[in-house]
Write a new protein. Structure first.
Length: 200
């Protein structure tokens, strides 16, 4: 980045009150205070790239952590109540990618965020971790067996990202951040067999 810079200076009042460059300070001027007009010593084009370097990966990561990333919703099958002895299927159909454009010290930074890990909190034990968002039946990939009762499940998503600066080649953001999706509560019922007389 090239800028045209002008070098200027101004006289400063001396402790002994002596004039600077034969120009005395006005009466009552405090020691060290500037006085008189600005003096232009010249100007030239200067490369100021080093004075405002492109954002570092660490600097971009700080912005990445503050982005309003989506909170992915937990879907489950069967919808509503479930039955003990039959697995509950989990998945999310919320967007798993998001693009943000931010300004960092005058640089246009594009951050492409993507969901990298899904942590399913089932509500009754250790969470289930997957690298995909799951799918509904019959292509499901995430499921969990429950005993009868009421449960609250939720989804934690770990996000990674790449970034570009003013159209540069993409680079990895050096870190991840997480979002917490809204909880979903459901009942798991127990099916009981009942003997009947088919002739009644």
């Amino acid at each position: 980045m090239i800028q045209f810079l002008v070098v200027q200076r101004q006289r400063l009042a001396q402790p002994d009150g002596n004039p600077v460059e034969d120009v005395p300070p006005p009466s009552g001027t405090a020691t060290g205070a500037p006085y008189g007009p600005w003096i232009t010593d010249g100007g030239s084009c200067v490369d100021v790239t080093d004075l405002n370097p492109p954002p570092s990966p660490g600097e971009v990561f700080q912005y990445f952590q503050r982005l309003p990333l989506p909170e992915l919703e937990t879907r489950h099958q069967p919808p509503g109540n479930a039955l003990s002895g039959l697995p509950v299927i989990f998945y999310t159909d919320s967007p798993a990618t998001q693009t943000f454009t931010v300004d960092i010290r005058g640089f246009t930074v594009i951050i492409d965020a993507r969901a990298e890990r899904y942590t399913w909190h089932t509500g009754d034990g250790p969470p289930i971790t997957s690298t995909d968002p799951g799918r509904p039946y019959p292509d499901h990939t995430v499921e969990h067996d429950y005993d009868s009762g009421r449960y609250t499940a939720r989804l934690t998503v770990t996000w990674g990202a790449t970034f570009t600066v003013d159209g540069s080649a993409p680079a990895d953001v050096p870190g991840t951040t997480t979002t917490e999706g809204p909880p979903v509560t459901f009942d798991v019922l127990e099916a009981r067999p009942v003997l009947t007389n088919p002739y009644d």
